[in-house]
Structures are given as C-alpha cells and as structure tokens.
Design a protein around this ligand. Structure first.
Ligand SMILES: [Zn+2]
Length: 249
C-alpha cells in the first residue's frame, strides 16, 4: 500500500489517551464546488487552510473550521497520509463512543479514515479495497477491538451522517475480518443498542446541530430535491454517479 504524504496543517501532538478506535468518514467538496465535488485536489485544499462551514446563526458571519484526518482515500484509489497516527487529527468534533469522550470528543483515542464521497452515491471498489487494507493494518498494529471500528454518524448521532446509507458495512467488515467469522450483526448493534447511550450524553451537553460541509444542511430546497432524485436514480442504476453533472447543460 503506497501512501502519498500530504501533511495537514491542523493537528495536535499531545494525545490524552491510547488509540483504540477507528472512525470512518466521507468528505466531498460539494458545498465549495459542486462540479468538482469529488476532485481530490479540491478536497486536499481543505487541509491547508480553514474550510467554509456555513453561516453562524448567532453572529451572521461566515464560519470556518480547521479539519484533518489521518488518511484520505480518493475515488480512484489513492491513499493520502495527512496526519501522523501518533498525533490527534481534528475529525470527530463533539462526539462520544459508548459514553466515553475526552474534551467532548473521540479525537484523542481514534484514528480517522475519510473516503471521498457523499450521501448520494456508492463508494468505489478501489476505495473499499484500500479501506479494508488500511483498517487491517491499523487494527493489527494497534489491537483495535472490532466494536471500536465505527462511523462518524455513530459517535455524533443527530449531528453527522457520514459515511451514510451508501456505505456498505457488511462488505467492509467481510473484508477486514474473515468472511463469516467474527462479523455477526454489527449494523444492528450499532443503531439499536450501542449508541443510545451516546445520544443521551450528547443531549445532556445541549449541543446544537451545526451547519457543516458534510451533510450539506445549507443546501437550498432545489438541491435537496435533486439529491433525493439522484439517490433513487443511483440506487436503481447501482453505479457511481456525480450529482450535479447535468446542471451544466
Ligand atoms: Zn465525518
């Protein structure tokens, strides 16, 4: 596995806990440049300077966030190393795993892998291959328990949606663990049991959902409708599709 180095500007060197968690994300440039939503070069810019994250409701001013992941996997199957695993990446925000958080976040005990993608289309085969390979590698090196391999949506329920409904957990876990062994009904556990606790923790913390570049809450109504149509369309076609290609015509 060849990792292309692209050091992110934002991270922290002082981890407050041992690493025992892997968090899967998706990211796209859809709110910045719709025509180039999956363009790796556009997305790599996010790690060089603060990213526009919508209008702050209180101040009415534009909001910017500093983000990073340890790894980014492109649609074509390149893996970028953004932050050294020993350092803390800024990826989870307000989050909690089984009621556990440090500074209200899972950042201190996790490694983040982001797939270029969105909530309107499938991820690519090459992305699954690299994600499985990198997860196996991290898991073995760091002895990560399988229940601690989670999506951002599971540790920030109600606030984040990635990697979303197009991410195939069964396929992923079949690859990371030997098929038929040790996998069981992972998804059911996630949704119904494990994360109830986290919702309670987060609701007590009175966290307001924020605008963010990942779930596109500041999209206008037309875009939302188009997104729904394309989700249906893409599910039917079962193939990768760019959301806004036809709007250029
Ligand atoms: Zn995320």
């Amino acid at each position: 596995m060849r990792i292309v180095k692209h050091p992110a500007k934002y991270f922290r060197k002082t981890r407050k806990a041992a690493i025992d968690t892997i968090v899967i994300h998706y990211i796209s440039a859809v709110n910045i440049n719709k025509q180039r939503a999956f363009d790796t070069l556009e997305i790599l810019k996010f790690f060089d300077k603060p990213v526009y994250a919508g209008i702050d409701k209180k101040t009415g001013k534009k909001k910017y966030v500093k983000i990073s992941y340890h790894y980014l996997i492109s649609r074509k199957g390149e893996i970028y190393g953004l932050v050294d695993e020993n350092n803390v990446a800024y990826h989870a925000g307000i989050s909690s795993l089984n009621g556990r958080s440090i500074r209200s976040s899972c950042n201190d005990f996790s490694i983040a892998i982001a797939l270029v993608g969105g909530n309107w289309c499938e991820f690519t085969e090459k992305q699954y291959e690299l994600l499985i390979e990198s997860t196996k590698d991290i898991r073995l090196r760091r002895n990560i328990p399988k229940d601690n391999i989670v999506g951002h949506q599971h540790i920030s329920p109600g606030r984040r949606v990635d990697p979303g409904s197009f991410f195939n957990w069964g396929k992923y876990f079949d690859g990371v663990f030997e098929k038929g062994k040790d996998v069981k009904t992972k998804n059911v556990d996630f949704k119904e049991k494990t994360f109830k606790n986290d919702l309670e923790v987060l609701s007590k913390a009175k966290i307001e959902p924020k605008n963010n570049i990942e779930n596109g809450k500041d999209k206008n109504l037309l875009d939302k409708i188009l997104e729904k149509i394309f989700i249906i369309f893409n599910k039917a076609k079962n193939k990768e599709h760019e959301l806004f290609w036809w709007r250029k015509k």
